[in-house]
Design a protein around this ligand. Sequence first.
Ligand SMILES: [Fe+2]
Ligand SMILES: [Fe+2]
Length: 168
Amino acid sequence: MTDIDTLEDLFEHELAALYYVETELIDVLDELALESRNDEIKEAFADHREETREHATRLEDAFRAIGASSHSERSATLDGLAADRQRVVEATDDPDLVDSHSVAIGRRIEAVEIEQYESLLRMADELDYDEDVTDPLEETLDEEEDAKQKLSAIGEESRFGKLLAKLR
Ligand SMILES: [Fe+2]
Ligand SMILES: [Fe+2]
């Protein structure tokens, strides 16, 4: 890792951490789609996987806009979430529980991405970066929020959601 001495350096570092997340997520979302049994959940992950390819491309545009080449910085947050997911899949034979966890982990991933995009946009604002940098970030942030919303709606309809509703 290179030194981080200025806010510009920090922005580039955070952009690279997010590039790691987006490129890794292409495979993680594919696994989530394969592991989930419910068709709606499967489809939500498969659709968002295609959007995620575009997210990675938009980050390449943002790198270009700040005059840097695209690169990744490993993110322990995403690695941890993927490991948490794996432990649950290995610990249960119940497909409904796997599906409940798919929704939970999917929402958690989107929440992390949303926070990362918001942080980058706050820094970009402070740095006075122009639209070449901020437009691709804003466009993706909207899609992350939609994806989180969609997973929440599916989660509420699931068996787990109904059970919870009865308990309230
Ligand atoms: Fe994304
Ligand atoms: Fe996402």
